[in-house]
Design a protein around this ligand. Structure first.
Ligand code: SF4
Length: 366
């Protein structure tokens, strides 16, 4: 698309601002396609400050695609532990295998080829193609979408496909073919540091003179947000099943399930009409084929995921009938409390594991 003088001016102002104000972030140093890719995967739905230490640890542990492929999924999940959205780590690991097998360890530069890899949605493929390979492709995250919605006073919720497409078309109309990567980054950087969701700092914005929302004094009205649905809240019971030799039972979730590949204290969601203790006894019968006596409640904690919240209740349990078998999980292990440190777990299960370690050290449970 031939760009008119106004759109060219916007891109130039934005790029000049980025050259002067870009934050010094680890993934902007020593850029390789692999490093760009890992950063973009981690940055999905996660704040920059949270990502930095994970990124540094991940690159130290897996400095190349080959190193990532040689590691087990469990090792990868362990390094990822606490960052959330674990499907990202599973997909990254699976995609790395494809890169080694199909492309000799080099990421393919074409957007379409990148899109074929596990976990490569339009955003990550666009970011890698443009930032790592200089391909003229748009990459828009929530920050970039907010800037464009304000700049062009675009009505509608960007979560809707039609609005997203409109914003992508606008980004394409601005994209300079000679510097697509810096342009994409600059737009997102402006959204992350200046065009903030609640209080945009328009007085510091290089695009203030171009911005339709600003001209109308209506920055806060964009992007439009449709009312969100209430977030469901579930009660969940988990078993701390201790054996006489001091080992505790943990189960590995199936890879295709939510939090797949992580280890957990077995249990599940409370159903209508049952108590938490009945729920736990039922879950252990269904998942592990065992009968248990559900004892004292050890711990209750709250945890929020993206689309729901849980209150997790951990109960001490004693085995009364049968030997645990994996009926609805990927693996089972009886581990010593200290050994749980090596297993990847979700934040909520890690808190139970830490409590169990403390109690057993202090002799509060045995
Ligand atoms: S002028 Fe204000 S609202 Fe418009 S793009 Fe800049 S920071 Fe955002």
């Amino acid at each position: 698309m031939e760009r008119n003088p106004t759109t060219r001016g916007i891109a130039e102002r934005l790029l000049a601002w980025f050259a002067a104000h870009a934050r010094d972030l680890p993934w902007r140093r020593d850029r390789t396609p692999y490093r760009v890719w890992v950063a973009e995967v981690m940055l999905q739905q996660t704040r920059v400050e949270t990502v930095i230490p994970y990124y540094d640890r991940f690159l130290q542990r897996f400095p190349t695609v080959e190193a990532l492929v040689e590691a087990s999924l469990e090792e990868v999940l362990k390094v990822w532990e606490g960052l959330g959205y674990y499907a990202r780590a599973r997909n990254l690991h699976a995609a790395a295998r494809r890169v080694v097998v199909e492309y000799g360890g080099q990421l393919p530069p074409a957007y379409e080829a990148l899109r074929e890899l596990p976990g490569m949605g339009p955003y990550i493929a666009g970011a890698v193609a443009s930032i790592a390979f200089g391909r003229p492709v748009v990459a828009l995250d929530g920050n970039g979408r907010r800037v464009l919605a304000r700049l062009f006073a675009v009505e509608g919720d960007p979560r809707r496909t039609a609005v997203r497409r409109r914003l992508e078309a606008l980004a394409r109309s601005l994209l300079p073919s000679d510097r697509p990567g810096p342009f994409n980054e600059a737009l997102m950087e402006l959204g992350a540091t200046v065009c903030l969701p609640r209080a945009p700092r328009c007085d510091r914005c290089p695009l203030a003179g171009d911005c339709r929302a600003r001209q109308a004094g209506a920055e806060a009205q964009y992007p439009t947000r449709a009312a969100s649905r209430p977030v469901p809240h579930y009660q969940v019971a988990a078993a701390v099943l201790l054996r006489e030799d001091g080992r505790v039972l943990v189960a590995r979730r199936r890879e295709e399930d939510f939090l797949g590949g992580l280890w957990e204290f077995p249990g599940g969601k409370q159903e209508d009409g049952e108590t938490l203790r009945e729920c736990l006894a039922r879950e252990l019968r269904e998942e592990l084929g065992i009968g248990v006596e559900v004892g004292e409640r050890l711990l209750t904690l709250e945890h929020a995921y993206t689309h729901f919240r849980i209150t997790l209740h951990a109960f001490r349990c004693a085995l009364r009938e049968g030997e645990p078998r994996c009926l609805e999980c990927a693996d089972l292990r009886w581990v010593l409390p200290a050994e749980m440190d090596a297993l990847p777990m979700s934040v909520a299960d890690r808190r139970i594991a830490q409590a169990v370690q403390m109690w057993t050290r202090e002799g509060a449970i045995s």
